[in-house]
Design a protein around this ligand. Structure first.
Ligand code: NAP
Length: 311
């Protein structure tokens, strides 16, 4: 059993910021990072609203944060937490594929994962035309025709990125107006490669060995059409990665962890930050801020316990 002061689960902006603060507070934090560092922001193209950077690629921002966390002594384990035991009155226990841990405090920053369309052909063609990451896969669509599904900031931001490669990017949205902010809408409107298609959903994705066509349906008129295309990029939101904590931590009906104003869950010593607890703001900078808050709260919580044991 490896004993730690602070274990941070997850390595997106919330986890990395929590690590920077916990390390500078001499808590010698361990990040259980998953298979890759960075979370969603690592698969984002350009980030233009993180203070201090006019424009930076998502993976580069992650690299900066990780280097900063390591500089202050954060240790990284590239492993996944498979089980937690947060029963009251005992040390906080975690299992990963390769180790067992006990911690004085745990900061959960497991973030959120991309929602799927759940239509025929989607799973079958992942990696063969269906993608959830323009940064990762955009390059393979040089000179091609692609669809982007969704109407939020992610859909328009990634559609703009895809215009660097694709000849035509149709943004297919289920309503008659985008949810994305005005700035991205303006940029998308000005880009001649982007064509919005409103009031439309996909019913299926077809092809032989790779994506070749989709069946699209206008939700107002009911008209069904077959469109030829080479790729389908899906950006229809996210769901919180909280399955591991079911039955142990309080969550809302959507699965977001519930925390108090000190970022503490219903279990003393267990904190949460970022998109695992935030159904509202969901920005890299708000997640980073929440990570900072959780680390400061964890430090104070550990201190108060030490004071109680020495009193
Ligand atoms: P989002 O804001 O939740 O938008 C999801 C979009 O997908 C919505 O337009 C939604 O339609 C649509 N949708 C949901 N389920 C669907 C389905 N089954 N079929 C078809 N369409 C579906 O998600 P997001 O764009 O990933 O953004 C998440 C958060 O990150 C937001 O807070 C956003 O502001 C932030 N973000 C910010 C930036 C930036 O500032 N540059 C970039 C990326 C993300 P409806 O509109 O009809 O609900």
């Amino acid at each position: 059993m490896q004993k730690e002061q602070v274990i941070i689960i997850g390595s997106g902006p919330a986890g990395l910021t929590a690590a920077i603060y916990a390390a500078r507070a001499n808590l010698n934090p361990l990040i259980i990072a998953g298979n890759a560092v960075g979370g969603q922001i690592a698969t984002t193209s350009e980030v233009e609203n993180f203070p201090g950077f006019d424009s930076i690629l998502g993976p580069d921002l992650v690299q900066h944060m990780q280097a900063q966390a390591e500089k202050f002594g954060t240790r990284f384990e590239y492993d996944e937490v498979t089980e937690v035991d947060f029963r009251p009155g005992q040390p906080l226990r975690l299992k990963t594929y390769s180790n067992d841990y006990e911690a004085e405090s745990v900061i959960i920053t497991t973030g959120a994962s991309a929602k799927k369309l759940e239509i025929p052909g989607e799973t079958e063609f992942v990696g063969r035309g269906v993608s959830y990451c323009a940064t990762c896969d955009g390059f393979f669509f040089k000179g091609k025709d692609v669809l982007v599904i969704g109407g939020g900031d992610s859909a328009l931001q990634e559609a703009l990125f895809l215009t660097k490669f694709a000849n035509r990017v149709r943004v297919v949205h289920r309503r008659d107006q985008f949810r994305a902010g005005d700035f991205l809408q303006q940029k998308a409107t000005e880009n001649e490669k982007i064509q919005p298609v409103f009031d439309t959903v996909l019913d299926r994705i077809d092809g032989q060995g790779k994506v070749q066509a989709v069946q699209a349906r206008n939700v107002k008129t009911g008209v069904v059409e077959r469109w030829d295309t080479d790729g389908v990029f899906v950006f229809v939101g996210h769901f919180p990665n909280s399955g591991l904590f079911k039955g142990q931590l309080d969550m809302d009906p959507q699965g977001f962890l519930v925390v108090d104003k000190h970022m503490m869950t219903n279990v003393p010593g267990v904190f949460a930050a970022g998109e695992i607890m935030d159904p509202i703001f969901k920005q890299a900078i708000s997640s980073a801020g929440q990570g900072c808050m959780a680390a400061i709260a964890a430090e104070r919580w550990i201190e108060s316990r030490e004071e109680k044991t020495t009193a």
